[in-house]
Ligand binder design. Structure first.
Ligand SMILES: *[C@@H]1O[C@H](CO)[C@@H](O)[C@H](O)[C@H]1NC(C)=O
Ligand SMILES: *[C@@H]1O[C@H](CO)[C@@H](O)[C@H](O)[C@H]1NC(C)=O
Length: 364
């Protein structure tokens, strides 16, 4: 009685064929790893204080409601998805991330984490980077069950990946207390060399998991965020020690990426120099249409830089006029400037090339 068997095979082929044809011509998949600069809402599902799930977060998002993004509106991954012509990636923990939606990609990021495992321990339950990578493995198993192993590998190899780490290793680790364990252990230079060597291992693991185009960013100008101005600056100038941290970290990151690509014999990794990108609008906010880069739109105390943004904080009426949304995170409009630079920036910002060039090469 072969007919039911063949009928099953036939249906199976039809089923797989439908999925495969659905993925052809679709935007490439997009995967996101890292901290609060890129978290799309995973922490909403966790017992942690590191969350952006209450107003006024999301006030300029299309729904005007908080989503878990640390922004008044779109964050950097959203704006990259838009450039790719794709839907925003869902948080990996979102129950809606099933079926066809898995083929868009996924966001594994979690606010508060860093390169090191002991970064952000005060936030309790957050998804550390090694677990984010395990979740990526689990994701691939789920997609394999849907479209098969070979198609899954193609989807992952063809994807764009974004990873953003490092800022919290300074803010929520090295600088967290005046006598942090890390500070006793390392000077700033040696600490930076150490976390870059750990970042390298994380990137190699991403490569082993199939990532072939990875945009790597580090910390912005840490001394210039409203939080640093409020707690460490004397006259409103960028705070010296965190600035020195960013100035050490970013060139080391670029160097490490160049070495890694050389070793792999291919431009797998692309470094974005977040300090160079943000220094322009921080030193000359008016040229970019901002009224200030020192005062956060939402917060309290000097520069609105003390504590976190909540419903009872000061809130500016027009978020587009502020470079910083809260004491730590850029506004949606600043994010747009950053993403524009990722796509079209010169080699001052992007090593070895910008995303427009990458998209052009990859579409050949
Ligand atoms: C962090 O923890 C993971 C999982 O336990 C481990 O594989 C990794 O080596 C740790 N990283 C550091 C820098 O200790
Ligand atoms: C991207 O980078 C290349 C090479 O540095 C540069 O020539 C080009 O103008 C940049 N912008 C775009 C949109 O490609």
């Amino acid at each position: 009685m072969p007919s039911p068997f063949f009928a099953t095979i036939f249906l199976l082929v039809l089923f797989i064929g439908t999925f495969v044809s659905c993925t052809e011509g679709a935007p490439r998949a997009f995967f996101v790893f890292g901290d609060s600069l890129v978290d799309n809402g995973n922490n909403n599902y966790l017992l942690t204080s590191a969350r952006a799930d209450s107003p006024p977060y999301g006030i300029d998002y299309p729904t005007h409601r908080p989503t878990g993004r640390f922004s008044n509106g779109f964050n950097i991954p959203d704006l990259i998805s838009q450039e790719l012509g794709a839907e925003a990636t869902l948080p990996y923990l979102d129950p809606e991330l099933t079926g066809d939606k898995l083929l868009v990609g996924a966001n594994f990021a979690s606010a508060g984490i860093g390169i090191l495992n002991d970064t952000g321990i005060q936030f309790a339950n957050i998804i550390r980077i090694s677990t984010q990578l395990q979740n990526f493995e689990q994701y691939q198993a789920r997609v394999s069950a849907l479209i098969g192993e070979e198609q899954t590998e193609r989807l992952v190899n063809g994807a764009l990946v974004l990873i953003t780490l490092g800022g919290n290793d300074y803010v929520n680790n090295y600088f967290f207390t005046p006598v942090s364990a890390r500070r006793l252990q390392y000077n700033l230079q040696d600490f930076s060399v150490y976390i870059i060597s750990e970042y390298r291992k994380i990137l190699m693991r991403l490569y082993d998991l199939g990532a072939r185009r990875v945009l790597v960013t580090g910390s912005g100008p840490l001394g210039c965020v409203p939080s640093s101005l409020a707690s460490r600056s004397v006259n409103g100038e960028c705070a010296e020690e965190p600035q020195r941290a960013s100035a050490i970290f970013n060139p080391l990151l670029v160097q490490m990426i160049q070495g890694l690509n050389q070793e792999l014999g291919s431009d797998i990794f692309v470094a974005a120099n977040a300090v160079e990108m943000q220094t322009n609008f921080i030193t000359n906010p008016q040229a970019f249409g901002f009224v200030t880069s020192k005062i956060a739109c939402c917060g309290q105390g000097p520069y609105n830089g003390i504590g976190i943004c909540t419903a009872s904080s000061n809130l500016c009426p027009n978020r587009d006029l502020y470079a910083f949304w809260d004491p730590f995170h850029p506004s949606e409009r600043a994010n747009k400037i950053i993403v524009q630079t990722l796509f079209t920036g010169s080699d001052k910002y992007m090593t070895p090339m910008n995303l427009s060039t990458i998209m052009a090469i990859d579409s050949l």
